[in-house]
Design a protein around this ligand. Sequence first.
Ligand code: ADP
Ligand code: ADP
Length: 225
Amino acid sequence: DLVISTNGLTKAYNGVQALKSLDLKVRKNSIFGFLGPNGAGKSTTIKLLLGLIKPTAGSGNVFGMDIVKESTLIRKRIGYLAQDPRYYDYMSARETLRFTARFFYSGPKNEIENKIDDTLELVGLDDKADRPIKGFSGGERQRLGIAQAQINDPDLLILDEPAASLDPMGRRDVLEIMEKLREKTTIFYSTHILSDVQRVSDTVAILNRGELVAQAPIEELLQGN
Ligand code: ADP
Ligand code: ADP
């Protein structure tokens, strides 16, 4: 029941080693914390998993499919929130989700509006659904990003630093949404914030300068302290 499995996954950009022989194992229905400082190789790993860049060496599977040869199929089942989501600021949250749904929602057309309502409620934006994003806080923008990533009920949700720029309250809101999603999907949560990983992750991988330093259930890692 592995959702992600990589074997010696390696990436060099023009000779600069960004990722060195990464072996990751992410179990189904877990919150996997991917922890590392800036420049550790977290975004590179995510881009490889999404098939946006090609490995220099090694291989990887998502849902049992090859990340190089089957990336189109893989991407259909992944919800992805990029590090710094951009919006059309004059649009409302609901309009934004309608726009997203047009491209990514594969369920019946007559259920789209219900799905949008449910997703807005999930992320706690139901009462602001029809206001322009212009007036949204950083936390509300991130929650809208999670809503976009979640609109098609992905089997894997990849979140790249969703809480990094937020104040403690915004951070708590995002972590609470992740708790709610725990039952529904597998979450790959990339962050440089240790305390967030401690709060929500089941398993943690620690990356430093492109190398995996540790990968273990959170309780095991904390025993060492
Ligand atoms: P993180 O997401 O953990 O901050 P990245 O994966 O973005 O780390 O970067 C890992 C390393 O690879 C860094 O040294 C970064 O400067 C380098 N890097 C990332 N993308 C590129 C690129 N397109 N070209 C050259 N170097 C890159
Ligand atoms: P992140 O921490 O998410 O990697 P960055 O600001 O490091 O964000 O990178 C933003 C973009 O620039 C990414 O697409 C990354 O691959 C690229 N990038 C990062 N470092 C370099 C670099 N040294 N040379 C060229 N591109 C880079």
